[in-house]
Design a protein around this ligand. Structure first.
Ligand SMILES: [Zn+2]
Length: 530
């Protein structure tokens, strides 16, 4: 049990969006006991917070910290940003559930996103994952979505086809067990095979299961390029027909020809809400995205998983067709233009590899790296897929600042870093800077008042994920709190992406200091919630 603590004269930004006010806050038994102007100290520990803002701990509504939470319990770069709760299991990727025989497939599948996953890092179910996190301990809290890929791998494997009725029922049963055990919802990843191979019938069946269990449907939708609006219709239709609440993942309009679509996309969400659809979205505050290198390929290329792709790449005619498609030289009917043709090889940067022999390529664009090796960017792509086992991460400079501003200042927006933690690589800076960037730099640039910024990082996400006793500074709430100064600032950049932010003084999780005077305390009071 954490010691009682009195925080003195903080400027309280309570998470509702209301203007800050100066008050004392008394913490008792890990919760907020009292808020008032002059609370007597009565000999308990006090924190002088004059000149500091006190906000609910930030909630990262979208990240991929599933694996690293098993390996690095302190989660330094998250705590350093004031984050006290993570939402993992996004974009169809979770480390559970498995069925007999599917664990190997799931391990390999997840490895393409974040590097090698060990045998004991995939789990039969949510309870197994939670137990593993608790055994090791964790500085902050975590909630988890069930990844659609894990369900499909457990029931259908890597096959590129619609599920049968029996298979739908099996996936529904497997999903329901995870939701009942405490998973907060289901995540789709409709650009990522095998999630991408699902048809509407399967998605609707799963959405109904989520609805029956009172949970959330999150989706990396089928496309964020020219097909953004149609892909949103598909997702909104699922929400409408199932009655489930939804969170659209990292809303953006990618690729220069598609810039300027954001106002239409936001209107679509408002219209859906007018028709009674409970939908909102998350987005990170940067004009570049990040993913695994396999996202550059058409989904059909991954039929049979990574091994299927490797077998296909051995055929010269497949390789040539793929090159023509990727480089926009053979637009196929009914197939959207490739990402590469929309954004250009020069805007794809290699951010992380597993193979030490390729390490020197990290931080270089595909054009630079290919030139250095005396090959074409396409040949480099094939080489990376083969020599790095498909485990290469990339950063894609693909968004318009105006679209980004429109999304990140919209009333339905909440903050999710979409960080892809991969120690020792040159990742997207969002993993190290998202929250202080919102509360500091962008707020100072006039994107939103501080109170609005904090609301996007706290109560909105708490509500969406059913965290009823977090996300607000109110008596009775769990004391997940962050104290920071006006000069809060993100320091991570695309060239120096792992620099920690400045200006965050103290972070408390359930009333325990995990960051004190800007330094990690090593305490691990976090829990898997749900
Ligand atoms: Zn995603």
């Amino acid at each position: 049990m954490p010691a009682d603590c009195l925080i003195r004269e903080a400027r309280i930004v309570d998470g509702t969006g209301a203007p800050w006010f100066v008050s004392d806050v008394l913490l008792r038994g890990g919760r907020i006991a009292e808020i008032g102007r002059t609370i007597p100290a009565d000999g308990i520990q006090t924190v002088d917070a004059r000149g500091l803002y006190l906000a609910p701990g930030f909630i990262d509504a979208h990240c991929h910290d599933d694996l690293i939470c098993l390996r690095e319990p302190e989660r330094i770069e998250k705590i350093a940003q004031g984050v006290t709760t993570l939402v993992v299991g996004n974009c169809s990727f979770s480390l559970y559930p498995t069925a007999p025989g599917s664990a190997g497939n799931l391990r390999k599948h997840f490895s393409t996103l974040l590097g090698d996953v060990a045998d004991d890092e995939v789990f039969e179910d949510f309870a197994g994952y939670r137990a593993a996190v608790h055994r090791r301990g964790l500085a902050l809290n975590l909630v988890s979505l069930v990844g659609h890929a894990a369900l499909r791998l457990a029931v259908i494997g890597h096959e590129r086809r619609a599920a049968t009725d029996a298979e739908c029922a099996q996936m529904q049963a497997l999903l329901a067990r995870q939701l009942r055990a405490g998973a907060v919802g289901l995540s789709l990843g409709l650009v990522y095979p095998p999630s991408a191979y699902a048809d509407r019938r399967e998605l609707l069946a799963l959405a109904r299961t989520v609805q029956e269990n009172g949970k959330l449907l999150a989706a990396h939708i089928r496309g964020y390029e020219g097909d953004l609006l149609d892909s949103m219709d598909e997702f909104i239709g699922l929400l409408q027909d199932s009655g489930v609440p939804g969170l659209l993942s990292h809303l953006q309009s990618a690729g220069r020809p598609n810039w300027g679509q954001m106002p239409d996309a936001l209107n679509k969400l408002e219209q859906a809400r007018e028709q009674g659809v409970d939908v909102s979205f998350d987005m990170y505050p940067y004009p570049a995205g990040s993913s695994y290198i396999l996202q550059l390929l058409p989904t059909a290329a991954l039929e049979g998983g990574y091994d299927g792709l490797v077998a296909r790449l051995a055929q010269a005619d497949f390789r040539e067709k793929l090159r023509l498609y990727l480089e926009g030289k053979s637009p196929a009917k009914g197939v959207p233009p490739s990402k590469v043709s929309l954004i250009g090889w020069e805007n794809v940067r290699i951010s992380g590899v597993s193979n030490p022999g390729l390490k020197s390529l990290e931080g270089q664009s595909m054009v630079q790296a290919a030139a250095g090796l005396g090959v074409t960017p396409f040949d480099l792509l094939v080489r990376l897929i083969l020599e790095d086992q498909g485990q290469t991460s990339i950063v894609m400079f693909q968004l318009d600042e105006k679209d980004l501003h429109a999304a990140c200042t919209h009333r339905l927006h909440m903050v999710g870093s979409d960080g892809l933690p991969r120690p020792g690589t040159k990742p997207h800076p969002r993993a190290y800077g998202t929250f202080p960037r919102i509360a500091g730099r962008l707020r100072r640039e006039g994107w939103f008042p501080l109170e609005d910024a904090i609301c996007r990082m706290t109560s909105r996400a708490a509500e969406r994920f059913g965290l009823v006793d977090r996300g607000l500074v109110r008596p009775g709430m769990v004391a997940d709190l962050v104290l920071f100064g006006d000069a809060i600032e993100d320091c991570a950049t695309f060239d120096s992406p792992t620099q920690l932010p400045t200006g965050i003084e103290h972070v408390l999780v359930a009333g325990e200091m995990v960051l004190e005077n800007g330094k990690m305390t090593g305490r691990l009071p976090g829990r898997v919630l749900g």
